[in-house]
Design a protein around this ligand. Structure first.
Ligand SMILES: Cc1cc2nc3c(=O)[nH]c(=O)nc-3n(C[C@H](O)[C@H](O)[C@H](O)COP(=O)(O)OP(=O)(O)OC[C@H]3O[C@@H](n4cnc5c(N)ncnc54)[C@H](O)[C@@H]3O)c2cc1C
Length: 480
């Protein structure tokens, strides 16, 4: 039997501790003790437990381990494992530098100088080149195979001192006190074991481990879409300097991407409204090809290409957030907190920048607990503000007014450059970009008033789609 002092615990926490083992003395105002049961005796102690070894989890684990904390990072799969989300933003680069992985990303990636969208010009598209952004975002980014990128980041966290474990799935988390959470971990083939952590970072992606357990997850009421995608060999790349661009196409039920990856592979997919995916007939492969044919310009680049392994994936039911980002002793980062439609490739950047901020929060909270709640509020506000700025464009991307603004870009008042900064991910701290984006929204609203019938029809349809039920995915995340 172990006796531990819990004098500083609140009455609520003492009750929780007593439930776990039994108090010797429960009188108010004096020293409290509790017995630790066998499970807690066997628990491995650490400062921070990180759930999930994607970009968000690996970033938090690296930065906290570097600060000298004992970090255990738990990934249920084994790297390299498949993941979608291959196009990175320029604003990822400063994070790579701070992590010390810029060269590794460069070695893994395809150089991405910009994004292109269909346009009514002789080439059929306009490039939004990152070099023209008005903020301080780097002039390029990369596109990566996520299985290689995620493995590199997880290995890097291990090299920086985190105990990074693969094939270890967190099954349960019980919070005993604000500074003591007990995790039950399942290993493949081995016995379950327990970890006792002073802080928990949930980076479990779209599994939304803590948000689901704490019933914090809420579906986005303004937008819903689902994706169908595959990887092709032999697709036509853009010419010259545009070869590494992500290309975005639209069609009547959503939008499509073409992302050039290493070794001549092209990731191609369509993000569609649920109504369209519900009409699916025939095999998933036939449906993907029929969908891609709906945009003639995209199909011209693809018609002689081969779908690798004839493998088609569908993932549904996304766009959600949690009602809060954390509490004393726990915080959520990346998709574990919120997920947006990926039209602007924002997911990895939001996960890594959120994780960077969360690492600072955890460090401050462990040193000066009284600062924790204020810092959490600040972090959540910052993260939600960036999500809202991306969301403005995402929600309206299929609206004829925004389509028109993308097809005929005008740089009056630097609005086109502000859009480029948004595409680069410069949405947090650059006042000039934020001012220009406010102006862009104003111009959009004026145009919407002028063409209010078209705007209203699209707006109503979007909200109706957001309410629709769709569970047609075939990736592991869709089984949740
Ligand atoms: C169709 C589509 C296209 C996308 N395209 C892009 C794009 O081009 N660019 C971009 O930036 N983003 C894109 N995204 C978004 C991107 O995939 C995510 O935003 C990003 O991967 C989030 O990183 P994360 O670290 O939060 O979560 P993840 O990368 O999902 O990592 C979470 C990890 O946690 C592990 N895990 C889950 N539960 C547990 C548990 N209980 N115990 C242990 N481990 C656990 C999982 O196995 C996983 O490895 C796209 C998403 C979709 C659906």
């Amino acid at each position: 039997m172990v006796r531990q002092n819990c004098t500083s615990a609140t009455p609520e926490v003492r009750r929780a501790l007593c439930r776990g083992g039994g108090c010797d003395d429960t009188q108010a105002g004096i020293t409290y003790y509790f017995r630790m049961d066998e499970a807690s005796l066997a628990a491995e102690a650490c400062d921070v437990a990180v759930i999930g070894g994607g970009p968000g989890g690996s970033t938090a684990a690296t930065l906290l381990a570097r600060r000298g904390y004992r970090v255990i990072a738990l990934e249920k799969a084994h790297h390299p494992r498949f993941h979608i989300g291959e196009s990175l933003l320029p604003m990822n680069l400063p994070i790579f530098e701070r992590l010390g992985v810029v060269e590794k990303v460069r070695a893994l990636g395809v150089f991405k100088p910009g994004a292109d969208f269909e346009a009514d010009n002789e080439r059929g598209y306009s490039t939004y080149a990152f070099a023209r952004a008005i903020g301080k975002s780097p002039p390029h980014s990369y596109q990566v195979w996520r299985q290689d990128f995620d493995k590199m980041l997880f290995d890097h966290a291990r090299a920086c001192g985190a105990s990074a474990r693969e094939g270890h799935e967190v099954m349960a988390v019980e919070q005993l006190t604000p500074r003591a959470s007990r995790l039950r971990v399942r290993t493949e083939g081995g016995p379950d074991y327990r970890i006792e952590a002073r802080y928990v970072v949930d980076a479990s992606g779209r599994d939304t481990f803590l948000a689901a357990k704490r019933k914090l997850r809420r579906k986005n009421r303004e937008h819903q879409s689902a994706a169908i995608f595959g990887h092709f060999r032999g697709a036509e790349a853009r010419a010259g300097a545009d070869a590494g661009n992500i290309s975005i196409y639209s069609f009547e039920h959503g939008w499509m991407w073409m992302i050039p990856l290493p070794q001549g592979v092209m990731s191609v997919g369509a993000v569609c409204r649920p109504d369209y995916l519900k009409q699916r007939q025939g095999s998933t492969l036939e449906f993907l090809l029929a969908t891609l044919k709906r945009n003639a310009a995209l199909w011209r680049r693809l018609e002689t290409a081969q779908l690798i392994g004839n493998e088609v994936r569908v993932t549904g039911n996304y766009s959600y957030d949690a009602t809060r980002m954390g509490g004393p002793g726990w915080v959520m980062v990346g998709d574990a907190f919120a997920f947006l439609d990926p039209v602007f490739s924002s997911g990895v950047y939001l996960a890594m920048s959120g994780a960077e901020q969360a690492a600072q929060l955890v460090d401050a909270a462990l040193r000066e607990p009284e600062t924790e709640l204020a810092l959490l509020r600040k972090l959540e506000k910052r993260q939600r503000a960036a999500i809202a700025r991306f969301s403005f464009f995402i929600y309206r991307f299929n609206n004829p007014i925004l389509q028109e603004m993308f097809r005929h870009p005008s740089n009056r008042w630097q609005l086109e450059q502000a859009v480029i900064s948004m595409l680069a991910g410069d949405l947090f701290d650059t006042p000039l970009v934020l001012r220009r984006l406010r102006l862009f929204r104003l111009v959009y609203s004026i145009l919407a008033l002028r063409h209010w019938r078209g705007w209203r029809a699209e707006h109503r349809y979007r909200l109706a789609q957001a309410r629709s039920q769709f569970t047609g995915g075939n990736t592991p995340l869709d089984k949740l």
